[in-house]
Design a protein around this ligand. Structure first.
Ligand SMILES: [Zn+2]
Ligand SMILES: [Zn+2]
Length: 357
């Protein structure tokens, strides 16, 4: 099978961190003969937009990105070419696959051998250290692309490749049992609304959703949250969260907030033995947990960074079973700048997916 591959394409380019995003129509497409062994060329159907893309655009992380940069790491599309001399590829030309944050890793180091390939020192990051998915064609790596279950649409699958796998993995390693309580601050947002569904439908947890506004309240309760707290209306958030979770506080808190206070509060409201699942990636904020109470309450502070290849497959499989659905708005690539503005203002409900066709 071979595909007709154009020489140029539409792409959204970050030329420098303070220049506006440049949408180009004539960005070159890497041609099949230019692919190295292990690389593949993917024609994208769509791509999700993640908060990380906004950090890459602004350059406000301690980790430098490449420049000029094509951002994006929630892409879904079809493999249209595989580099010559690629050996034992787990995917074939014509397969529909996803591109996630972790584009590639060495597969040989201790972290890779232990399934912690996200933390591989040689990791390549989509839309950060290698060009990502805000373009019609993207080069990725056969070992790390994620096969998409046939009954999941590309639009629906996109956000599970980062937001979905991130919350799925954090909950998977949360040391909780079915019937336990989990609190999800930001439950109406991109990560949060997927976390509500994985928590209830995949892990049997009871959810306290924390966010603000009628629209987010309605969404969280529809998706299975048992309790709702509007943080703007709460006079004492720590007490309200404890009360909502049976008085002793939740067994786990999945926190993706950018502010350190959300993490510190969690140590206060978690019940003894509880887990603070740290999944946000603000550039500079610190966790200032009180050591005394962290020890006396035996609090687990667990950093969880996206997911490995297996986590991604599991997260997508659960979505394909209909147990997690993404609340998304489909927009054209040209809307990227306004999507970033919405993210900065906190007005995006659910997730934005850009159509690339
Ligand atoms: Zn992401
Ligand atoms: Zn490695």
């Amino acid at each position: 099978m071979s595909y007709n591959i154009p020489k140029t394409q539409k792409a959204a380019i970050v030329e420098s961190h303070d220049a506006p995003i440049h949408i180009k129509d004539d960005h070159p497409v890497r041609q099949p003969e230019e692919l190295a062994p292990g690389e593949c060329l993917i024609k994208l159907d769509c791509t999700g937009v993640c908060h990380t893309d906004l950090h890459a655009r602004k350059g406000d992380w301690p980790l430098p990105s490449k420049l000029p940069l094509i951002g994006g790491h929630e892409g879904v599309g079809k493999i249209v070419a595989i580099g010559a001399h690629t050996v034992s590829s787990p995917v074939n030309i014509g397969d529909r696959v996803g591109i996630k944050w972790l584009a590639d890793s060495c597969l040989q180091c201790e972290q890779c051998r232990k399934g912690l390939e996200q933390s591989c020192a040689k990791a390549k990051l989509s839309g950060y250290t290698v060009d990502g998915t805000f373009s019609q064609y993207v080069v990725s790596y056969v070992s790390h692309v994620t096969p998409i279950p046939p009954n999941l649409s590309s639009e629906e699958a996109a956000s599970f490749l980062c937001a979905g796998v991130t919350v799925y993995r954090a909950l998977k390693y949360s040391k909780t049992n079915p019937g336990d309580w989990v609190v999800i601050p930001g439950a109406g947002g991109g990560l949060g609304h997927l976390a509500v569904q994985y928590a209830t439908n995949a892990f049997g947890l009871r959810v306290v959703a924390v966010d603000t506004g009628e629209e987010k309240k309605k969404l969280c309760l529809e998706l299975g949250a048992e309790k709702w707290i509007d943080f703007r209306e709460s006079k004492d958030l720590v007490k309200d969260i404890k009360d909502a979770a049976g008085g002793d506080g939740p067994h786990a808190a999945l926190v993706s907030a950018a502010s350190s206070s959300a993490y510190e509060q969690a140590v206060d409201y978690l019940r003894p033995g509880g887990s603070l699942l740290v999944v946000g990636l603000p550039g500079k904020a610190q966790i200032g947990a009180p050591i005394f109470w962290t020890v006396v309450k035996s609090i687990n502070i667990i950093g969880s960074y996206v997911g490995n290849r297996q986590d991604a497959r599991e997260a997508l499989e659960i979505a394909a079973l209909g147990k997690a659905k993404c609340y998304l708005a489909l927009k054209p690539l040209s809307a990227l700048s306004e999507v970033y503005e919405g993210m900065e203002q906190g007005t995006v409900v659910g997730r934005v997916v850009l159509s690339m066709t």
